[in-house]
Design a protein. Structure first.
Length: 455
C-alpha cells in the first residue's frame, strides 16, 4: 500500500501542478523534497499504530504479530525512502540547472484528453483540449492504473476540486496535499451566505463541516458537479441550496427538536457523535455481554422526549455501550460491534417487524426508550430504539464482520461495520431517513449510526 500511495503522490506532485514546467525554481524543488521527506516520516510513524490493529482485526492474534513486524520494518524503511526521494528531486534539479543540454521533460507534452461527463444518447461530447482537465483525470485514474472515471473539476484560488465516479478530491493549491473522500461519506452540501460552499462529511466523531470561499460562478459549477453524485451521498434527500444560519450557529450536524414532530421538549443543541472519545470505565460485576446490554437497557428505558437533553443522553448511552464493549472484549478476545439508533420524527407509530444479524456472532439486541411498546413492538412518535450486534473473534478462518438488517412498516435498513456499497436505507414514499451520525472506528472495531425518520 505504501508503494502505491507513494507513486500516486509523486505523480500528483510532479505532474499535477506547475512543477513539471521547465522554469521551475530551487524553491519548487525544495518544497517537493521536503514534502517527500515529511510524508516518509509521517507514514512510518502512523504505521506503528495502524498496522498492528489492522492486521489484528483481520487475522486475530497471528495478524497482530504480523502487523507489529510490518510496522517496525516500515518505521525504519519509510523515512529512508522519503529521504531518498527528496535527495533524488534535489539532485535532478541540480543536474538540470548545471547542464548545458536543453531540458527534456520526461512526461508527455500533452496528457490524454479528459472526456466530458456529459453525454448525449450513445455519443460522447468532445470538448476542446484542456490541460487542467487532463491532469485532473491523471490524478483520479492514477495514470490509468486505478479503476475510476474523471467527471469534472472546479479550480478556485485555494483549492482544486475533482469529481470522479467514486470520490470527491480537494487538493490544496499551495501544499498539494490531497483530501479524497468516498461519496457515501458526504452527508450533504449547500451554499452559505452566497459566498461559501459547505460540505458536511461523516467522521468518527460525528458530522464535520468543510467550508470553502469562492466566486458565485465557481459556487454554481461546484454545486452542479456535486449534484451529479447526490444519489450516492448519505443524506441525498436533504440536499438543498443553502444552510440555515439564522441562529448564528455553524455547528455541523447539530440537532434540536424545533422541526421534529413527536418530540415533546425543546432539545439542547447536540451533534450526534461529538462525544465519541475513549473513556476509562470499570467493568467490575460484568460477567458477560448480556449484563452489559441489560445495564444499558435499564438506563435507556428511563429516557423520553420530554427531557431537554434527550438527544444528548441517547447519544451518550449508545457511545457508553460501544466504549464498554471495547474495554470488556479486548486483546485476543476483541470483537467488532455495530450500534444503530433510530428516532421516530413522524406523527405516526412505527412497528418494528424484525431485526437480525445477517453476519455476526451474537444476538441482535433491542434497547428502547420509554416511548416504545414492548408488547406490540410499536415505536411511538418521539421515541427512540437502539439495535446492537457484535461479530465473532476474528481469526484466519473468519473475519468477524457484522451486518444488521432491520425492517419495519415504514423502513428497511441493511447496515454494516464498515463503509460499504451494500449498506442501504429505504423508506416508504413520503418519508425519509436522515443519518444524524455515521461513524466508523479507524481500526475497524465499531460502527455507530443514528437515524431520524421524518416526513
Amino acid at each position: 500500500f505504501f508503494v502505491d500511495e507513494r507513486n500516486a503522490y509523486h505523480k500528483m506532485m510532479l505532474y499535477g501542478g506547475d512543477y513539471a514546467a521547465s522554469n521551475k525554481s530551487i524553491q519548487d524543488s525544495l518544497s517537493i523534497a521536503g514534502a517527500c521527506v515529511a510524508r516518509g516520516f509521517r507514514s512510518g510513524a502512523s504505521g506503528i499504530i495502524e498496522q498492528p490493529s489492522m492486521y489484528a482485526s483481520r487475522y486475530g492474534a497471528i495478524g497482530l504479530v504480523k502487523g507489529v513486524g510490518k510496522a517496525l520494518v516500515g518505521a525504519v524503511v519509510k523515512p529512508v525512502v522519503g529521504v531518498g526521494d527528496g535527495a533524488v528531486v534535489l539532485m535532478n534539479h541540480v543536474s538540470e540547472a548545471t547542464s548545458d543540454k536543453e531540458v527534456v521533460l520526461k512526461i508527455p507534452k500533452r496528457l490524454r484528453r479528459a472526456l466530458s461527463a456529459v453525454s448525449s444518447g450513445s455519443s460522447v461530447k468532445i470538448s476542446p483540449y484542456d490541460e487542467v482537465s487532463a491532469k485532473a483525470q491523471k490524478i483520479v485514474t492514477g495514470g490509468e492504473t486505478v479503476d475510476d472515471a474523471y467527471l469534472g473539476h472546479v479550480q478556485t484560488s485555494t483549492t482544486l476540486f475533482i469529481a470522479s465516479s467514486q470520490c470527491l478530491w480537494a487538493i490544496d493549491n499551495k501544499t498539494r496535499e490531497p483530501w479524497c473522500i468516498d461519496w457515501a461519506e458526504i452527508s450533504n452540501f449547500g451554499f452559505v451566505d452566497g459566498r461559501y460552499m459547505r460540505i458536511d462529511v461523516f467522521s468518527n466523531e460525528g458530522i464535520h463541516s468543510n467550508i470553502y470561499e469562492m466566486s458565485s460562478i465557481q459556487l454554481a459549477d461546484l454545486f452542479g458537479l456535486l449534484s451529479m453524485q447526490v444519489e450516492k451521498m448519505g443524506n441525498c434527500s436533504q440536499i438543498g441550496l443553502g444552510f440555515d444560519t439564522s441562529d448564528g450557529s455553524s455547528s455541523s450536524g447539530a440537532m434540536t427538536s424545533k422541526h421534529i414532530p413527536g418530540v415533546k421538549s425543546i432539545q439542547r443543541r447536540h451533534t450526534f457523535g461529538s462525544i465519541n472519545k475513549p473513556l476509562k470505565m470499570t467493568t467490575i460485576g460484568i460477567t458477560n455481554e448480556k449484563e452489559l446490554i441489560r445495564r444499558c437497557r435499564t438506563r435507556v428505558k428511563e429516557l423520553d422526549s420530554s427531557m431537554n437533553d434527550y438527544f444528548c443522553r441517547l447519544d451518550e448511552e449508545s457511545w457508553l455501550l460501544v466504549n464498554s464493549w471495547g474495554q470488556y472484549f479486548t486483546g485476543l478476545s476483541s470483537r467488532r460491534c455495530v450500534i444503530i439508533g433510530i428516532i421516530n420524527g413522524t406523527l405516526e407509530p412505527i412497528q418494528i417487524k424484525s431485526a437480525k444479524l445477517v453476519e455476526g456472532g451474537s444476538l441482535c439486541y433491542f434497547i428502547p426508550s420509554s416511548e416504545y411498546d414492548d408488547i406490540d413492538n410499536i415505536l411511538h412518535p418521539g421515541g427512540a430504539i437502539i439495535f446492537f450486534g457484535s461479530g465473532a473473534v476474528p481469526s484466519l478462518l473468519q473475519s468477524g464482520r457484522v451486518a444488521i438488517s432491520i425492517e419495519s412498516n415504514v423502513f428497511l435498513f441493511d447496515l454494516t461495520d464498515q463503509i460499504s456499497q451494500y449498506a442501504t436505507a429505504y423508506t416508504r414514499p413520503g418519508l425519509r431517513a436522515s443519518f444524524l451520525e455515521k461513524s466508523f472506528d479507524k481500526s475497524g472495531w465499531w460502527a455507530k449510526y443514528w437515524i431520524l425518520i421524518s416526513k
